[in-house]
Design a protein around this ligand. Sequence first.
Ligand code: SAM
Length: 214
Amino acid sequence: MGERHRAALDRLWPLYGVPVTGEPLDLAVLFGRRAPLVLEIGSGMGDATADMAAADPDRDYLAVDVHTPGVANLLALVEERGLANVRVAFGDALDLLGHQLAPDSLAAIHVFFPDPWPKARHHKRRLIQPRHVELLRSRLVPGGTLHCATDSADYAEAMLETLTADPGLTNAHRGYAPRPSYRPLTKFEERGVRAGRDVFDLIFTRSPALVSRS
Ligand SMILES: C[S@@+](CC[C@H](N)C(=O)[O-])C[C@H]1O[C@@H](n2cnc3c(N)ncnc32)[C@H](O)[C@@H]1O
């Protein structure tokens, strides 16, 4: 890790960092306000997260990644760009979701270019699979959005099948979605585009909770 990243971690982690400890998060304390919250899973180097948060100041952004230089880079961007609405978690997104974020707490979850794990024997490591989707969906508010993007045609197909099969999610697009203007080109995506790969966006919403009539 370079000096800029090391210095960012030392100085900025105490200000904007969120350890994945298993302790439930108090979002009002974390952000100093209550605003709709977007979770970005696997934020990588964080440039796209910073761009989205800068363009969307009325919502808060919590990024999570296991890659130390990426976490450090986003911390540096938060300070350089004065982003009051971004916090950065370091650890496994599934632990964060399962133990630190309450059901019905997220306005949106972004999963942009998750590791594709192309070999069939590694598919079980993919983030988007039925039991994980159930967890992700449970953390969304009714009407909240789960937005995935990938440049792996095979993973895109598996995502579409898995998300469509989830009884609590609705796809407004009847298949892949057009790329929405709010999603910037990510660092990982740039490489795929240069290599001529197609990009697939999948945008599902959590179906409204059923209200029982008695
Ligand atoms: C292919 S990269 C994409 C990064 C970024 N979204 C982009 O498009 O440039 C996938 C990212 O997911 C992160 N990641 C993988 N498994 C994770 C997990 N269980 N929890 C959090 N982040 C994870 C990796 O460290 C990596 O930064």
